[in-house]
Design a protein around this ligand. Structure first.
Ligand SMILES: [Mg+2]
Ligand SMILES: [Zn+2]
Length: 189
């Protein structure tokens, strides 16, 4: 397996989707996530999270609460021997109620800004990265950033130009395969 950088959405991808949750106690890894990320980690991949957290803009929790969310996620993954290279979030929403965050930003997925910023921070070319998420907005953001993408969906086999897997374990299998076997999934191809 080559060692690309893999960006993951958080809610509904790595952890159970509890809407607007910022309580570390309520975070649970989805089945198979620890083992799947361990495989990538052991293959030398850098793993990072890119997550929309509009609960900040909506006034549901302060931006500072996300430090606890990041710490808990790191703790849950560390139990499987996985270290995150980064945790990136967008706190904005154009219809938010907290003025500071109620903006049309360039980092809320499906915009590519958060992934581009994460790639720059990690010193990698987005074209060498994958974006894995459970929403079409995740793969759209990945595609616009220039990444290869995997959409997690247990019922689809394909979504437009994006590769589809039922879960993170399936996504990791795809990422490990030679590119020729999974087709041209890079943006614009
Ligand atoms: Mg999600
Ligand atoms: Zn943003």
């Amino acid at each position: 397996m080559s060692a690309p950088v893999v960006f993951f959405d958080k809610d509904g991808t790595l952890v159970e989707d509890v809407p607007y949750n910022a309580d570390p106690e309520r975070m649970r890894l989805l089945p198979g996530v620890g083992r799947a990320l361990r495989q990538l980690h052991d293959a030398g991949c850098l793993l990072a999270v890119v997550t929309n957290q509009s609960g900040v803009a909506r006034g549901l929790f302060p931006e500072s609460a996300l430090a606890g969310v990041e710490a808990r996620l790191r703790e849950l993954l560390a139990a499987s021997g996985v270290r995150l290279a980064g945790f990136f979030y967008c706190p904005h929403h154009p219809a938010g109620t907290v003025a500071e965050y109620a903006v049309a930003c360039d980092c809320r997925k499906p915009a590519p800004g958060l992934i581009l910023r994460a790639a720059a921070k990690l010193g990698v070319d987005p074209h060498d990265c994958w974006m894995v998420g459970d929403q079409v907005s995740d793969v759209e953001a990945g595609r616009r950033a220039g990444c290869r993408t995997v959409l997690l969906n247990p019922t689809f086999t394909r979504w437009d130009r994006d590769v589809v897997a039922p879960d993170v374990g399936g996504a990791v299998e795809l990422i490990g395969r030679p590119a020729a076997d999974i087709g041209a999934t890079r943006a614009g191809l």
